[in-house]
Design a protein around this ligand. Structure first.
Ligand code: BMA
Length: 322
């Protein structure tokens, strides 16, 4: 199993966004949320800055970019969000969802007391009104774009440690509901890592679910660890590989999985995914857009270093989940 699924086309212009496109200090540009809003494509991306020559990172902020075609992006002159204050060390990995014409961003927050997931509302992608923060450790929140059964829904990935001591990093995808986006509960397991044939460690929600006639289409990331990988990127040891997987959820009852791809949708193999990155061998999908003609745009972080685009046809993606 060495190749990504043939239904996937990596865009020849990849990477579609990298540090050289950013007009302020930038070393690594990756893990971006993307939505269509008010006639344009909007992207919030993670920007880690520092000195790549010295392999040093000094901080993280969130950048904003717009595009008319989803491919060519113009980055705003300054970052739009940085949160390093008291207990909070940084905000990162934004994912975008529009619900009832209101843009919402899910994000991860590193704090002195653990990692939290958060949800914020924004009118202009520049000011963020934080509605909710999870208890630690949790992240990779992704909101469904509409209420289901009268409730808001999200995917999330808590990190249980004491409760699953037999494997160090065995983390699963969970589903929670809310009446108002602020208070969340009715939390239940959606997909256990043991049910993903191409993962031997953690999995996590990737992009916010996309509604299709067959059900909710969800991209997720899946990690397999191979101790022989050793040094790989900036760090001394990076033994993980992040592939992308796909599942389909019942449209009226998303707690019910209708199908999962048996093999990865994408495996790191392009040069910008396997070489020269901060952490090579990482594909981290954070945004999916279904176009009117059935094309699905998949935005993903490559090697924790750039933002890339792949496309596939909806029918092929659905067939993969059956
Ligand atoms: C995850 C997160 C992501 C990152 C990925 C691969 O745990 O930290 O931000 O892209 O690892 O390094």
């Amino acid at each position: 199993m060495t190749d990504s699924n043939p239904i996937i086309q990596r865009h020849p212009a990849n990477p579609i966004l990298s540090a050289r496109d950013v007009p302020y200090p930038s070393a690594l540009v990756f893990n971006a949320g993307v939505v269509k809003f008010a006639g344009r494509y909007v992207m919030l991306f993670r920007n880690d800055y520092g000195s790549p020559q010295d392999r040093r990172l000094d901080g993280t902020n969130i950048g904003l970019a717009f595009s008319d075609d989803g491919l060519r992006w113009t980055v705003e002159a300054a970052p739009v969000w940085q949160w390093a204050d008291g207990d909070v060390l940084r905000v990162y990995d934004p994912r975008l969802t529009v619900i009832e014409d209101r843009p919402l961003v899910c994000f991860a927050l590193d704090t002195l007391h653990g990692i939290r997931g958060g949800i914020a509302a924004t009118d202009d992608f520049r000011r963020f009104d934080v509605l909710h923060l999870t208890a630690p450790d949790n992240r990779n929140l992704a909101l469904f774009p509409e209420k289901v059964g009268g409730r808001y829904l999200r995917l999330e990935r808590p990190f249980p440690v004491y409760g699953r001591p037999f494997v160090k990093e065995w983390f699963d995808i969970w589903l929670s509901a809310s009446p108002d986006l602020r208070y969340w509960g009715d939390t239940r397991l959606l997909l256990g890592v043991e049910d993903v044939p191409f993962a031997n460690a953690k999995i996590g929600p990737g992009a916010p679910p996309v509604k299709t006639p067959a059900g909710w289409l969800v991209a997720f990331h899946a990690v397999d660890i191979d101790p022989t990988r050793g040094k790989n990127g900036w760090e001394e040891s990076w033994t993980k590989r992040y592939t992308a997987g796909l599942m389909l959820l019942d449209v009226d009852n998303p707690a019910r999985i209708l199908g999962i791809s048996r093999q990865p949708l994408m495996i790191p193999e392009a040069p910008y995914e396997v070489d020269g990155g901060f952490r090579n061998n990482v594909i981290f999908p954070c945004g999916l857009i279904l176009e009117p003609d059935g094309e699905v745009k998949i935005y993903y972080g490559a090697a924790d270093t750039t933002v890339c685009l792949a496309t596939a046809h909806l029918d092929d993606l659905l067939a993969l989940c059956r």
